[in-house]
Design a protein around this ligand. Structure first.
Ligand SMILES: C[S@@+](CC[C@H](N)C(=O)[O-])C[C@H]1O[C@@H](n2cnc3c(N)ncnc32)[C@H](O)[C@@H]1O
Length: 280
């Protein structure tokens, strides 16, 4: 078993609490007005972005989709419901997965849905068993980014695809603004190696790369305004300190976005072709 640092354990505790309380009526209504869904999402993936993912992956009945770090089912379970594909949901805290599996039983889903407590860096599946892999803002919530990209490559078939979003520190951030950039993003936003290079090292080839920063700014602005509007209810639910912390983190993100210190990007990738061995 991988030994977790206290920073990583704190991330899992925070997500678990978010998934539990994300099922409350106030949080679901905030999520509907911010992202257009009500799964208890903790990424910044909106319904519009979920449609982009669907188009790129050409999901249909029979497609075997893996959602890594799926939390309480967003967007994997939603995509399975819309497109009729099968979905496997994985995360480390079990709290979100339980909520997702309950919803999978309640919602009309024609495909098959599995849930699995699994480390994204050590996925417990056979080689090449999935047609498509997704993850939404997961790599910026964990330190082992390359290991996760390698694990995803191992479990997808050679003609499969992966689409993911990630929040990152802008490449040209000056050294004296780096701390502010870090404070404005998710817990493991920093990456020593740029994502295109990590993808190359993990055996992926980029087919589409989009800048989602403007949408991210819009979504975070909406979220902050909802957190301010429902401040009392959220404080009753999460506690005063947590509610204030949520607002402070959104403000820090918006400051960092205003100064172009952080970005949110989407990558669509396919397994890289093995180098030719016949000298051509
Ligand atoms: C930003 S949330 C996204 C959750 C969900 N996909 C969504 O869109 O709402 C990141 C997720 O990654 C999960 N995660 C972080 N580190 C992980 C790891 N090493 N293995 C599996 N999941 C991990 C967290 O528990 C969390 O649920």
């Amino acid at each position: 078993m991988i030994k977790r640092t206290s920073a990583e354990r704190a991330v899992f505790d925070r997500f678990s609490k978010r998934y539990e309380l994300g099922q409350s009526e106030v949080m679901r209504s905030i999520e509907r007005s911010v992202c257009g869904c009500d799964y208890g999402a903790t990424s910044w993936t909106t319904v519009a972005e979920a449609r982009v993912i669907t188009d790129i992956l050409a999901l249909r009945p029979g497609t075997r989709l893996l959602d890594v770090g799926s939390g309480s089912g967003w967007p994997g379970l939603y995509l399975a419901g819309e497109m009729g594909c099968d979905v496997t949901l994985t995360d480390l805290p079990i709290t979100g997965l339980r909520i997702a599996l309950k919803r999978a039983r309640a919602d009309p889903i024609s495909g098959i849905c599995w849930g699995c407590v699994a480390d994204a860096a050590a996925l417990p599946f056979r080689h090449g068993v999935f047609d498509a892999v997704i993850h939404s803002d997961v790599l910026c919530c964990l330190p082992e980014k390359l290991d996760v990209l390698k694990a995803c490559r191992r479990v997808v078939r050679d003609s499969g695809k992966m689409v993911f979003s990630v929040i990152l520190i802008a490449p040209d951030v000056p050294a004296d603004a780096y701390e502010q950039a870090q404070a404005g993003g998710p817990p493991f936003i920093a990456s020593d190696t740029p994502y295109p290079e990590l993808l190359r090292q993990a055996g992926w080839q980029i087919t589409d790369h989009r800048d989602l920063t403007a949408d991210y700014q819009t979504t975070v602005t909406r979220m902050l305004s909802q957190l301010e509007r429902h401040a009392d209810e959220i404080a009753r639910l999460f506690g005063d300190a947590d509610a204030a912390d949520q607002r402070a983190r959104r403000r820090a993100t918006l400051d960092a976005l205003d100064q172009r210190l952080v970005r949110r990007e989407l990558f669509a990738v396919v397994p890289a072709q093995a180098p030719s061995t016949d000298g051509r």
